[in-house]
Design a protein around this ligand. Structure first.
Ligand code: NFS
Ligand code: SF4
Length: 623
C-alpha cells in the first residue's frame, strides 16, 4: 500500500488524503492501486479495437500474433492509436474555442445577455490582423465580422488556416514543404478519424504527419482562437496577486468551486457571487460571504483575469470536496472526474453540471446558455448559498495551507513588463543572464507523486537561470510551491535573479490555461522574428512532467512541430512500436527540427532541457 507522503508532495493534499482514509472515502489514488498491474498491451499501445473483427493485440515479445486480423502491424496500430489521441485532444481544445466564438458572435448580435467587449484594443488589433475594416464601424459590427471569419477557420474546405499568420515565415514554409500546414480545424480532426478507420491509412510515418498537422490546427488554430476571443470578451490578463491551494476554502463563507475549462461559465459565476441579493441571502443563511475558488483550467482563467483564488490542480478536485466545506462543485467540460458524483454524495456538496455536452452521475443539471447566462449563474450560486446551513461541522477540515502568487502574464503583459518589446529579454538571453526559456505545462497523473515532477523540474530550471513560462496544472503546482512570486527569484541562479529583480517579476511566469499555450507560441514567435531565426533555433525547451490527458498529446504534437524540443514525464503508449518511438524521440528532428524525449525523473528532465538549450545557444554563437 502506498503511503500518503508518497502520493503528493503537497501538505494540504496529504492532510485531505489522511482525512479520506479515516472516513473510508475513495480517491483516484485508491482506484489506481486497484488497477495495478495495468494492462501491458495498453501501455505499449499495441491493442486495436478499430473494427469489430478485433480486439486485436500484438505480442510485444515476438512469440504470439504479430499482426491484427486485417494485417495491421504494431507500427500501424500504435500510430493509429496515437493519432486518435491527438484528434481527441485537438477536438477538446477546438470545440471549446468554437463555443467561445459562438458566444462572441451572439454577443455581437446583442443576444448574449451579460457578455460584453472587455478589451477593445485587442478586438481592433485582431480585426486588423484578419483584414477586417473597423473604421466607421461599431465595435459590435467589427466583432460580428471577426466572429464570422474565425468560425470559417473551423469549417474551412480549401486553403489553409489564416491563424498561422503569426508563425515565423521559415517555419510556415517548412510545414508547406512537409504538407502539414493545417487546413480547416474540424477537417483535420475528421480526417484523423477517417484515416484510422479500418483499411485507410496504414503507414506509420504518414499517419504521424497527420498527427502533427492536426496538432498545429489546435495550437495555432483552435487554442489560439479560444485565447484571443476570451481576451476580447473577458479582458487580456495583467499581472495581479492571488492565493492558491485548499486553504483558500473559507470556513465561514459559502464555498463555490468552478471546475472545468470554459470561462464562459466561470466568469458569470464570479460575477454572480458579488450580487447584493445573493450576498444578503448568504448573510441570512449564516455565512459571512460567498467565496468562489477554481480548480483546473477554468480556475486558471478566472485567476488570470480577476485574481479569483484556486483551490487546486486536477488531482485535488476530490480533495476539495473531502474538506467537507464545499457548498457547490460547479463543472462544465474536461478533466472533471465522474467520481465526483458518488463523492459529493458523501458530503453536503451539490454537484452541478452545466454543459449541454457533459453530464455526470448524481448531478443537479443546470444547463448554461449564453442568452441567460447571468440568470443561470445566479440560480447556481443561490443553490450553493441555500446549501450552506447543511454543512456538517464535524465533517469539515480545511487545511490551513495556502500560498500567495503573482499571475496574469499574458504575452501582452510580458511585453509591457519588458517595456514594450522583447528586446530586453533577448539581450538578457544573449548576455547569458537568462540561459534560455523553459515552457513547463500539463496535468497531474497518479503515476507520478502529485506535483513532484512539476515543482522539482521547474526549481531545477530556474536554479540554472532558465526563465520558466507555465500554464495549466503545472502553473497551479508552481503557485502552490511558492514559485510564482517575485521573491522566488531567491531560488533562481544569479543571472535570472538579477533580471527578475530588475523587472519585479517572478522567475516562473503564469501564462494561463492550457489553451493559453497559444500565448507561449506567440511569445516564442515574437522572439524568433525579432532575432530573424526560426522557433527551432531558440534556446528554449518544453516539458509536461505529469501529463495525462489527450489534450496534452495534441499540445505535444504542435509544440514539437513548432520547433520546440519537449520532455514528457509520463510514458506515452507508443513503446510497442520501434518505428513510432524512434520517430517521435529522434527522427522528427530531421523533419521539424525538434523531437520528444521521455524522462520521468524531473532532475534528469531538466538536464535534457539544459543540454538542448546550451546546444541552441552555441548554434546561435552565444555562450
Ligand atoms: Ni490541461 Fe487544464 Fe490540468 Fe491537464 Fe486538465 S486542467 S486543460 S488537461 S489536468 S493541465
Ligand atoms: Fe484488428 Fe485490424 Fe480491426 Fe484493428 S482494424 S481490430 S487490427 S482487424
Amino acid at each position: 500500500k502506498t503511503e500518503i507522503y508518497e502520493k503528493s508532495i503537497d501538505l494540504a493534499s496529504q492532510k485531505m488524503l489522511q482525512k479520506a482514509e479515516e472516513e473510508g472515502i475513495e480517491t483516484a489514488w485508491d482506484r489506481y492501486e486497484k488497477q495495478l498491474p495495468q494492462c501491458s498491451f495498453g501501455q505499449l499501445g499495441v491493442c486495436c479495437r478499430n473494427c469489430n473483427m478485433g480486439p486485436c493485440r500484438i505480442d510485444p515479445f515476438g512469440e504470439g500474433a504479430q499482426k491484427g486480423i486485417c494485417g495491421a502491424t504494431a507500427d500501424i496500430i500504435v500510430a493509429r492509436n496515437f493519432l486518435r489521441m491527438i484528434a481527441a485532444g485537438a477536438a477538446a481544445h477546438s470545440d471549446h474555442a468554437r463555443d467561445a466564438v459562438l458566444t462572441f458572435k451572439k454577443m455581437s448580435e446583442g443576444e448574449a445577455g451579460s457578455y460584453r467587449i472587455k478589451d477593445e484594443a485587442k478586438l481592433l488589433s485582431l480585426a486588423s490582423e484578419y483584414g477586417i475594416p473597423s473604421e466607421g464601424k461599431s465595435l459590435e459590427e467589427v466583432a460580428g465580422k471577426l466572429a464570422d471569419t474565425l468560425l470559417q477557420e473551423f469549417g474551412k474546405q480549401d486553403g489553409h488556416l489564416q491563424c498561422t499568420r503569426r508563425v515565423p515565415e521559415s517555419r510556415l514554409k517548412l510545414w508547406a514543404e512537409l504538407g502539414i500546414e493545417p487546413r480547416g480545424i474540424d477537417r483535420e480532426i475528421v480526417e484523423c478519424m477517417h484515416r484510422t478507420h479500418i483499411g485507410v491509412d496504414n503507414d506509420a510515418v504518414h499517419i504521424l504527419l497527420q498527427g502533427l498537422r492536426t496538432g498545429l490546427s489546435d495550437g495555432w488554430g483552435g487554442s489560439m482562437i479560444a485565447t484571443d476571443v476570451q481576451d476580447v470578451l473577458f479582458g487580456t490578463p495583467q499581472p495581479r496577486r492571488s492565493t492558491v491551494n485548499l486553504g483558500v476554502l473559507s470556513s465561514d463563507k459559502v464555498n463555490v468551486i468552478v471546475h472545468g475549462h470554459e470561462p464562459i461559465l466561470s466568469e458569470m459565476i464570479v460575477e454572480a457571487a458579488e450580487d447584493p441579493e445573493l450576498l444578503k441571502l448568504a448573510e441570512e443563511k449564516g455565512a459571512s460571504g460567498i467565496n468562489v475558488a477554481g480548480i483546473c483550467c477554468t480556475g486558471n482563467e478566472t485567476l488570470m483575469r480577476h485574481g479569483t483564488p484556486i483551490a487546486g490542480t486536477f488531482l485535488q478536485q476530490e480533495l476539495a470536496v473531502i474538506t467537507g466545506a464545499v457548498e457547490a462543485m460547479v463543472v462544465d467540460v474536461q478533466c472533471v472526474m465522474p467520481s465526483l458524483g458518488e463523492l459529493t454524495g458523501c458530503y453536503h456538496t451539490k454537484f452541478i453540471s452545466t454543459s449541454p455536452k457533459a453530464d455526470f452521475p448524481n448531478t443537479v443539471r443546470m444547463e448554461f446558455h449564453e442568452n441567460r447566462a447571468y440568470e443561470t449563474a445566479k440560480e447556481i450560486v443561490k443553490i450553493a448559498v441555500e446549501n450552506f446551513p447543511n454543512r456538517v461541522p464535524e465533517k469539515v477540515t480545511i487545511p490551513e495551507e495556502k500560498q500567495e502568487c503573482m499571475v496574469g502574464f499574458s504575452a501582452e503583459a510580458i511585453l509591457s513588463a519588458l517595456g514594450g518589446s522583447p528586446d530586453p529579454l533577448i539581450e538578457a538571453i544573449k548576455g547569458g543572464a537568462v540561459r534560455g526559456i523553459g515552457a513547463v505545462v500539463g496535468c497531474n497523473n497518479v503515476k507520478i507523486k502529485h506535483n513532484y515532477g512539476h515543482v522539482n523540474l521547474v526549481k531545477e530550471l530556474i536554479k540554472n537561470n532558465v526563465l520558466v513560462v507555465t500554464t495549466g496544472c503545472n502553473a497551479i503546482a508552481c503557485a502552490e510551491a511558492g514559485l510564482l512570486l517575485p521573491e522566488a527569484s531567491e531560488m533562481a541562479g544569479d543571472g535570472l535573479k538579477a533580471v527578475c529583480k530588475a523587472l519585479g517579476i517572478p522567475p516562473v511566469l503564469h501564462m494561463g490555461s492550457c489553451v493559453d499555450i497559444s500565448r507561449i507560441l506567440v511569445l516564442a514567435s515574437a522572439i524568433a522574428n525579432r532575432l530573424g531565426v526560426d522557433i527551432s533555433d531558440l534556446p528554449a525547451a518544453g516539458a509536461a512532467p505529469e501529463w495525462m490527458s489527450e489534450k496534452a498529446v495534441s499540445i505535444g504534437a504542435y509544440v514539437v512541430s513548432s520547433g520546440v524540443f519537449t520532455v514528457l514525464g509520463t510514458i506515452p503508449a507508443v513503446l510497442g512500436s520501434q518505428a513510432v518511438t524512434s520517430l517521435l524521440t529522434g527522427g522528427l528532428n530531421g523533419v521539424v527540427g525538434a523531437s520528444f524525449a521521455v524522462e520521468p525523473d524531473p532532475l534528469k528532465a531538466a538536464d535534457l532541457m539544459l543540454e538542448h538549450i546550451d546546444e541552441k545557444r552555441k548554434a546561435l554563437g552565444l555562450n
